[in-house]
Design a binder for this molecule. Structure first.
Ligand SMILES: Cc1ncc(COP(=O)(O)O)c(C=O)c1O
Length: 304
């Protein structure tokens, strides 16, 4: 049974071919079968256990129409026999896109919040009143992106699944919860690098500090220069990189997170800015279903 605190998948880590460094590796979380695929299982595991502890069998969470998190929550809930409710930003659109249809197939029930209301989703008083007014069944509330202290606890366990000689763990950052978990789990000789996918993500440092339950002396840093214009921006240069990466490494990256992480690492390698003697392990956190929201660009890969 997957819903046990002891369940940990094993992760394949392979070397990335790069002309400027021999020390770059990719940890293939994307290859883990659902519900454990990507970073999401690690973020959700202790949320599920906490819901179970509280005697709740329904997860309620938030996301946009192409949310990896809604997708993963529907999968995880279905897998352990929980119900799930997705509170979706914006209006309902029929037919549902592939992401939302997948959620429905896994039993997720939707409620829609207008964009204006969605901005208030972290306001507890507003949200409680809204949930009551719309008669949303009672359940365990998980914030957008699954980013809370339970997520941090789950991701911290990931470090033990990476090769022991890992010096630097690198990840793409959205909310920063994955990065916070990595920092929390670091061993004494290790450091963590986070690549921001949002523009103007100076808030990340603050959010990470807040999510860190105890102060840490493990080194970590956030790189702010590889957002490519912002969260859902996928300029041609980035798409060309993904295409090249797939050709050379045989690995498909998602257009929102891991493409920016790997582009950043390749750029730093080319500029001689990666430490020569340190093993860097980049996490491939999955998110490949995001290509469904970019059918024109996805076609580039399907045609190859
Ligand atoms: C595929 C993927 N990678 C990385 C991240 C970044 O995670 P976080 O929001 O914890 O920074 C996300 C968002 O959850 C994601 O969907």
């Amino acid at each position: 049974m997957l819903l046990e605190s002891s369940y940990l998948p094993s992760i394949q880590t392979t070397r990335i071919h790069n002309p400027f460094t021999e020390h770059l590796y990719l940890a293939r979380l994307d290859l883990l079968p659902y519900p454990a695929s990507g970073n999401k299982w690690f973020k959700l595991k202790y949320n599920l256990l906490e819901a179970q502890r509280l005697g709740l069998d329904t997860l309620i969470t938030f996301g946009g129409a192409y949310s990896n998190h809604l997708y993963a929550t529907a999968e995880a809930a279905h897998h352990v026999g929980f119900k799930s409710i997705g509170i979706v930003r914006g209006e309902a659109h029929e037919p549902l896109n592939d992401t939302l249809q997948h959620c429905v197939n896994k039993g997720m029930q939707f409620f829609y919040l207008s964009r204006e209301e969605y901005r208030k989703k972290t306001d507890a008083a507003f949200m409680n009143a809204w949930l009551e007014k719309h008669q949303v069944p009672k359940g365990f509330l998980i914030p957008e992106g699954g980013s809370n202290s339970f997520a941090v606890q789950g991701v911290a366990e990931l470090i033990d699944l990476l090769p022991n000689d890992t010096d630097i763990v690198a990840t793409a950052c959205g909310t920063g919860a994955t990065m916070t978990g990595l920092i929390t789990g670091l061993k004494p000789h290790q450091e963590a690098w986070g690549f921001a996918t949002l523009k103007g993500a100076d808030f990340l440092m603050q959010d990470i500090q807040q999510l860190l339950s105890t102060s840490t002396n493990r080194p970590w840093k956030i790189l702010l220069d590889y957002h490519f214009g912002g969260y859902a921006k996928t300029p041609d240069e980035l798409i060309a990189f993904v295409q090249q990466f797939k050709k050379e490494q045989g690995v498909l990256l998602d257009p929102i997170y891991n493409s920016k992480l790997l582009f950043g690492l390749f750029d730093l390698a080319a500029k001689g800015l990666l430490p020569k003697d340190k093993k860097i392990v980049a996490l491939h956190t999955g998110g490949l279903q995001a290509w469904d929201g970019l059918p024109e660009k996805k076609r580039i890969f399907l045609s190859e």
